[in-house]
Ligand binder design. Structure first.
Ligand SMILES: [Zn+2]
Length: 492
């Protein structure tokens, strides 16, 4: 992982850094700011103390010093503090991090969860201290995980994705296939758009549009860098101009991201340095996250940069449904999740012969985490509000919500319109689809066991509103939800 150049650390500190590098899935979003270096006052674990007879060390991790907005960085640091807190609080000597954007504490002192301390000094970094003896247990626990170390997931959560190209089109894939894929649970979709400054995949736009319209929350284009020849900068400009021509909505679609596809082709052994350079340029020119597809079998530990990695490891590469293929490969414990080039891969392409949406011979991919974790990976904005409900209410509503809409889509509006029952034409709002889907599913519930209080109804409306573009006001959304729900058994 990245670290400030002045950072020094002893053997235990290095072990802690290595541990984070190996097991924390979003390690590319944070970096090491301090170990034994710097002024931490007297008696700090940074300089090594003794805890229950075992030597200690402390490491500081930050998140601010990158081109992303600071509120994103704050969430990145919060997720890391949450991860340490949830999984290792009982094996931690000190965990100090303040999360102004969250309503929960992540403070630990001597293996106990405690209230806030040293809060003001720890907004911009995470201070983590432990002992060598506790570190043995931390490492043993991580090794024993049967499910992958997801982002607060305890159920081994996974999102599936499909990366397609015009070659899939020639094998029969169409926008309707993408709709089928979404219905089967595909949650991210990329399509090849360009290679170098000459190759264009003509169906990228319509396939991406189909994906967004089918409710797939994360949609992107992939670009194949080639050894210059044309400078990487020119290759990037070419990709962007094609994206604008085929699918201008990419600029405003909140779930958009880039995939850079670096490979060793029979006709061009592309250096991963060009791939990393392309990631940087795509990000600086467009403000959208790039994920670097660069397989371990091609490049080992030589991939530069800190972009999230997209690995590829097929194992027996079974020709079967994409979920089945993932399970056969070991699921979240698939060997392809092992770290290389200093990073745990964020995404794994685990098969090239899978069946997706009825289409055979598809590249299937997995992300170990939730929709909101993926959103965080690519910097998509989702709202996770509702701090004024009691935890019990929040959990009940969440259960209901998840049962009805398993993965609430993160969408922004495209160029479509919708004619409302009252005849008014409004920009299409996925809210209608979401509510329709709720109503449809509720109507199938055999007995009327679900009731919502007025307050919960408002919360549901707000929750839905938070997922939606800004076209409607909160009041409008509440009215719509009431109107729709009043037609069903949910009326209260
Ligand atoms: Zn510290």
């Amino acid at each position: 992982m990245r670290r400030y150049s002045n950072v020094t650390a002893g053997p235990l500190g290095e072990r802690m850094i290595k541990f984070v590098e190996t097991y924390y899935p979003l390690v590319s979003q944070i970096y090491v700011t301090s170990g034994t270096d710097g002024n931490h006052g007297t008696g700090s674990h940074h300089y090594g103390q003794t805890y229950n007879g075992s030597p200690t060390a402390a490491i500081d991790f930050g998140g601010y010093d990158d081109p992303e907005p600071n509120d994103k960085d704050q969430r990145d640091m919060g997720l890391f503090a949450d991860w340490l807190f949830e999984k290792f609080w009982d094996l931690t000597v000190e965990l100090i991090h303040t999360q102004p954007h969250n309503d929960h504490y992540t403070y630990v002192k001597n293996q106990k969860k405690v209230g806030a301390y040293a809060a003001a000094d720890h907004v911009n970094h995470i201070h983590w201290a432990t002992s060598a003896a506790l570190m043995d247990q931390i490492e043993a626990r991580a090794k024993s995980w049967t499910a992958a170390p997801g982002l607060g997931d305890t159920g081994g959560g996974v999102l599936f994705g499909w990366d397609a190209s015009d070659f899939d089109w020639s094998r029969g894939a169409r926008p309707s296939t993408v709709v089928n894929a979404a219905n089967e649970g595909i949650r991210f979709f990329t399509h090849k758009i360009t290679e170098a400054t000459h190759t264009v995949h003509r169906h990228a736009g319509e396939m991406a549009r189909a994906a967004v319209s089918a409710g797939i929350p994360f949609v992107g284009f992939y670009v194949v860098p080639r050894t210059p020849g044309a400078a990487i900068d020119a290759q990037v400009n070419f990709a962007i101009s094609q994206a604008d021509a085929q699918f201008p909505e990419w600029r405003t679609f909140g779930g958009f991201f880039w995939q850079v596809d670096t490979e060793r082709w029979p006709y061009d052994t592309v250096s991963p340095t060009y791939g990393a350079q392309m990631c940087d340029l795509l990000m600086s020119k467009t403000g959208k996250q790039a994920v670097h597809y660069a397989p371990k079998w091609a490049y080992g530990n030589s991939i530069p940069g800190q972009h999230p990695l997209w690995a590829s490891s097929y194992g027996s590469n079974p020709a079967t449904g994409f979920k089945n293929a993932y399970a056969q490969g070991g699921g979240n414990n698939h060997a392809g999740w092992a770290a290389y080039s200093g990073r745990v891969p964020a995404i794994l392409q685990y098969g090239s012969k899978t069946v997706i949406g009825g289409q055979p011979t598809c590249d299937a991919n997995a992300f170990r985490g939730t929709v909101s974790a993926f959103a965080n990976l690519i910097g998509a904005t989702t709202t996770q509000g509702d701090n004024d409900m009691t935890p019990e209410q929040a959990s009940q509503l969440n259960t209901l919500f998840q049962a009805l809409i398993p993965d609430p889509p993160v969408r922004t509006q495209g160029a479509w319109t919708y004619t409302r029952p009252d005849g008014r034409t409004v920009p299409i709002n996925p809210l209608y689809n979401a509510i329709d889907s709720v109503v449809e599913k509720v109507e199938k519930i055999p007995t009327s066991t679900v009731t919502l209080s007025d307050e919960q109804l408002v919360k549901l409306a707000d929750l839905l509103a938070a997922k939606m573009p800004k076209a409607l006001t909160k009041e409008e959304v509440r009215t719509l939800v009431r109107e729709e729900l009043n037609k069903t058994k949910l009326a209260s």
